[in-house]
Design a protein around this ligand. Structure first.
Ligand code: AMP
Length: 183
């Protein structure tokens, strides 16, 4: 990594915006270009790990799939464990799951309930918060398993979509390295 790490503004410049993906009108904030840059990836992890350390994280939970990239690297940096929040049917054990609403239809997330200890301070990490549906469902699921969920970290916030406000209302503090206007 470059010394000092890249600033959040420099990281923002590495995110590629793809208009009209996956649907017309959506500005897709693509982290492929950010993680494809060695300094960009390392600096993103550095900043997220410092936030997670300050929050007293005892474990990191990451949401499939892009939350795995950032979350697992943050966990390694802090020397703590990682909990994958998975799409349905992927885990080979008895899981607990939660269905949640998408703009069109529903989706489901599952975890291994044995992956967190009672009262363990688990910090959630994902690439981006939009409506907050994924993060709120993940927080509910991890809490059901016994985790203390007070903080969530994102590379990107889309504040106009209100997800960070909804997650705060659910009792989870939100930090993001950068935000983009609009959706
Ligand atoms: P949400 O549940 O609405 O907060 O959406 C969360 C997930 O959808 C994130 O983990 C992103 O991977 C993806 N996502 C939603 N909107 C966008 C967008 N505009 N650009 C890139 N990814 C997005």
């Amino acid at each position: 990594m470059s010394t000092p790490p890249l600033s959040p503004d420099a990281l923002k410049a590495l995110v590629r915006t793809v208009p009209d993906f996956p649907e017309p009108g959506i500005q897709f904030r693509d982290i492929t270009t950010l993680i494809g840059d060695g300094d960009g990836l390392a600096s993103s992890i550095h900043h997220l790990a410092e936030l997670a350390r300050a929050k007293g994280a005892q474990k990191i939970a990451g949401m499939e799939a892009r939350g795995f990239i950032f979350g697992a690297a943050v966990a390694v940096q802090l020397g703590i464990g990682f909990v994958p929040v998975r799409k349905p049917g992927k885990l080979p054990v008895k899981t607990i799951g939660i269905d949640y609403a998408l703009e069109y239809g529903t989706d489901r997330l599952e975890i291994d309930p044995a992956a967190v200890a009672q009262g363990e301070r688990v910090v959630m990490v994902d690439d981006l918060i939009a409506t907050g549906g994924t993060a709120i469902a993940s927080a509910k699921l991890l809490r059901e398993a016994g985790a203390a969920i007070e903080d969530a970290l994102f590379v990107i916030d889309l504040p106009d979509l209100g997800g960070a406000d909804r997650l705060c209302a659910a009792g989870v503090n939100v930090c993001a390295l950068m935000d983009f206007e609009g959706d």
